[in-house]
Design a protein around this ligand. Structure first.
Ligand code: HEM
Length: 411
């Protein structure tokens, strides 16, 4: 398959993607009804047209693992954006999220090596050092502080900057770009401009590293390409990969740190269990990832051919939304009481990092950052508490990645 697939516009008065949360930690209650009564249902998209919504764990995994569902979308976030941006018909080289096999694997493989369990294990002491420095700064400064600005964003940004070889002093530039790329209400022009600005920022860096290589991932990818005439890693591909890693690498985990901290503060029994036994950190992180599922609107795929799922005919070109938040609360996940946050439970085989060939490439790094940051934060500040009433917190209902815009805390 070489051409991007276009979703035919179908006028409809169908319901949209459920978005109204009952509680900030839970997906919209409508998902539970859909899982029971209409596990694959037709929905309308805000910009017109329609698609399908899969809400059960089993179906979500099946869709994400099935090569007949393609990642070659022709519009960005069509299920939530009122005015979705048209994407270039041909995905750029290295644009992992928009490529299918076997092309996808050619670009993923060289990057994957930097994010294995072993490589991330080696990074742990440095991550701990970064976290400790930020906690020292918080302590010196005194509460109240915004945990997003003072801890979550700096930790994840510093780590990905050091890995990639991006100057942390440029953080305002790339934090701003992430905001423009991930806001649902960004107009097509704003989203396109943000993409172009990001590419220009990273391509300048790639050119500089070609002249003066460093001990970092971008320099490593350039050197690998130079050493291997069959490598797919052109400077454009390295730029596209670098852009993806920079944004995906800081924004997601930062939101999990903030939202995970809040979830623990709001569940004192769970927090007490973690404080009593820091060895629970691995389980706690896995459970928070599942329970909070910050990729809040799910993942979109497009049917590459006419096909049938649960007896329903899905036509080639139609979009299908695989709801990660719903799948992670499905009893079909095989855990008891999936709506309950229980950091002591055996880790569930959740889909917070997706599933199939595109499953999150940075998941081991995200886990390490979360484990280290959450345990160190609560050990350092035993009296940590919210500095504003919980109902005044600004949740990111308006962004592709859920979490908090700010989290004022004191101790
Ligand atoms: C808690 C934090 C994170 C969450 C919840 C998360 C979630 C996800 C999900 C759901 C996908 C699958 C997208 C799809 O199938 O279309 C994904 C892909 C990806 N993630 Fe993450 N992610 C996190 C952290 C990170 C970090 C720290 C990095 C980088 C260092 C990263 C880099 C990527 C990349 C490069 C992909 C694309 C993989 C591919 O298409 O082959 N992510 N992530």
């Amino acid at each position: 398959m070489t051409d991007a697939i276009v979703n035919p516009a179908v006028p409809s008065d169908l319901p949209g993607l459920p978005r109204q949360r009952g509680c900030p930690f839970d997906p919209a209650p409508e998902y539970a009804r859909l899982r029971e009564q209409a596990p694959i249902s037709r929905i309308s998209f805000p910009s017109g047209g329609s698609g399908w919504l899969a809400t059960r764990y089993e179906d979500v995994r099946a869709i994400l693992a099935d090569p007949r569902f393609s990642s070659r979308l022709s519009t960005a976030a069509p299920h939530v954006r009122p005015a979705p941006t048209a994407l270039p018909e041909q995905p750029l080289p290295g644009a992992l999220l928009r490529l299918d096999e076997p092309e996808h694997a050619r670009y993923r493989r060289p990057v994957m090596r930097a994010f294995t369990v072993k490589r991330v294990q080696q990074l742990r002491p440095r991550i701990q050092q970064i976290v400790d420095e930020r906690l020292d700064a918080m302590e010196r400064r005194g509460g109240p502080v915004d945990l997003v600005a003072e801890l979550a964003l700096p930790v994840t940004s510093l780590v990905i900057c050091e890995l990639l070889g991006v100057d942390y002093d440029d953080r305002e530039t790339f934090h701003g770009l992430a905001g423009r790329l991930l806001a649902i209400e960004s107009s097509p022009e704003q989203a396109q401009q943000a993409r172009a600005d990001l590419a220009s920022f990273i391509s300048t860096l790639v050119a500089a590293k070609r002249e003066q290589p460093g001990d970092d991932l971008l320099s490593g990818l350039i050197a690998e390409a130079d050493a291997d005439p069959d490598s797919p890693l052109t400077d454009i591909a390295v730029t596209v990969l670098g852009s993806l890693l920079l944004i995906a690498g800081h924004e997601t985990t930062a939101n999990m740190i903030a939202l995970g901290s809040l979830a623990l503060l709001e569940s004192p029994d769970q927090l007490a269990a973690l404080r009593r036994d820091p060895a629970l950190a691995d389980r706690a992180v896995e459970e928070l990832l599942r329970h909070l599922t910050i990729i809040q609107f799910g993942l979109v795929r497009v049917a590459a051919q006419d096909l049938t799922v649960r007896g329903l005919s899905i036509k080639a070109g139609e979009y299908v939304v695989a709801s990660l938040p719903s799948a992670n609360r499905d009893p079909g996940l095989g855990i008891t009481d999936p709506d309950r946050l229980d950091i002591t439970r055996d880790p569930a085989a959740h889909v917070a990092f997706g599933y199939g060939p595109h499953q999150c490439l940075g998941q081991q790094l995200a886990r390490a950052e979360l484990q280290i940051t959450l345990t160190s934060l609560f050990a350092r500040f035993p009296g940590l508490r919210l500095a504003v009433p919980a109902d005044q917190l600004p949740f990111r209902d308006d962004m592709i990645i859920y979490g908090l815009h700010q989290l004022p805390v004191t101790w």
